[in-house]
Design a protein around this ligand. Structure first.
Ligand SMILES: Cc1ncc(COP(=O)(O)O)c(C=O)c1O
Length: 368
């Protein structure tokens, strides 16, 4: 079976982790500090704060910017629900706007109509490895005095006009096992804000700067040095692995150019890091995914149920009319995409998709 994702873990990660284990210094320490400094430098921001995962990075940001019940936050429904859940954790409400059908990203042209006196922040999700339209989003945020929180959990190293994901506002990253770089579980907050960076560090560490002096109400969102040691090796490999993902995407693009399916687009001025290679195949999607599995290829559906259609969100009475989101949820699928995907494996994926698309008479309308 060809999996949808496979982490690139080699002897260097094993050695780096073993060294920490042998040192006996396992918890957040100097490896974490080094990882933070290198990630801040890589993203082009003043501060990176390592966390236990991406969800907690988002939750810390939303707490740090002071969201409270009654506040509204503009985001997308077509995302992993952690985005919306982290907003809900503060008592604030997500306000979902629709996505662009071709990028699957927040349709920035629809944001202004969703702004009310209660709006506090805009949360673009750089889904699948492509940065949202940060020109429009930062301009709107400036004009309306709103915070920008980038869910960059899938966009390590992706750029928009030469700037990295996570450098436009507050950035949240995930280092989960399937992400473009991983520590098994892990995350980062990125920011240029000195005051909030300090607050995030306290919040992550039970409110302590000095042991047992709790300056604020905090929790334990820390990363271990075991994870950080692995992350440092992963960061060394990130550029090479991104280039591999891009080469794989190019081969998929060429192989599928004649199929009546929607291929990922790479808009000018951005760098796509292809966390996922996501295609639109129309109403036969579930059948195609099943046939791919029979042919030895595991595909993903990201995401079959948008946030606004999850039962616990519907119970909150959030109204949302999101035709592009619903269409994406019903018609998208993602193909195997990881740096170690061999050419032979990729040929198997390509052959299986050709067969499945033809046998399901997928229509040219999917390209629209
Ligand atoms: C878009 C998005 N947001 C948030 C998260 C949450 O990150 P984590 O799983 O590290 O908590 C993820 C990853 O799973 C994600 O893909």
């Amino acid at each position: 079976m060809i999996p949808i994702a496979r982490p690139d873990i080699g002897e260097e990660e094993v050695d780096a982790v073993s060294e920490v284990l042998r040192s006996g210094m396992l918890a957040q320490g100097k490896r974490t500090a080094e990882f933070e400094a290198r990630w801040a430098d890589y993203c082009g921001v003043k501060h990176a704060i390592a966390t236990s995962n991406g969800t907690l990075a988002l939750m810390a940001i939303f707490a740090g910017i002071g969201l409270v019940p009654g506040d509204e936050v503009i985001t997308v429904s077509h995302t992993f629900p952690a985005t919306a859940n982290a907003i809900l954790s503060t008592g604030a409400m997500p306000v979902f706007v629709d996505i662009e059908p071709d990028t699957y990203l927040i349709d920035a042209a629809r944001i202004e109509a969703a702004i009310t006196p209660r709006t506090r922040a805009i949360v673009p999700v750089h889904l699948f490895g492509l940065v949202a339209d940060m020109d429009m989003i930062t301009a709107l945020a400036d004009r309306h005095g709103l915070a920008v929180v980038e869910d960059a959990c899938q966009a390590h190293g992706a750029t928009f006009r030469g700037r990295r994901a996570g450098s436009f506002g507050f950035g949240a990253f995930s280092l989960y096992a399937t992400k473009n770089m991983t520590t098994g579980e892990g995350g980062f907050i990125t920011t240029d804000d000195d005051h909030l960076a300090d607050w995030f560090r306290l919040y992550r560490n039970q409110g302590m700067r000095e042991r047992y002096h709790h300056e604020i109400l905090g929790y334990n969102f820390r990363m271990t040095d075991i994870a950080a040691a692995m992350g440092l090796v992963q960061l060394d490999k990130l550029e090479r692995n991104t280039a591999r993902r891009q080469a794989i995407a190019k081969r998929y693009d060429e192989a599928f150019a004649d199929l009546p399916i929607r291929l990922p687009i790479w808009p000018d001025g951005r760098t796509h890091v292809y966390h996922q290679y996501t295609i639109g195949v129309g109403s036969a999607r579930d059948q195609i995914v099943a046939e791919m599995k029979d042919a030895g290829v595991i595909c993903g559906i990201y995401y079959p149920i948008p946030c606004h259609r999850q039962a616990y969100v519907m119970e909150l009475g959030i109204e949302a009319d999101l035709p592009n989101t619903d269409a994406a949820a019903a018609s998208c699928m993602s193909l195997p995409m990881y740096p170690g995907l061999t050419e032979a494996e990729q040929q198997q994926v390509i052959g299986a998709l050709h067969t499945a698309v033809h046998s399901n008479a997928v229509g040219a309308g999917n390209r629209a």
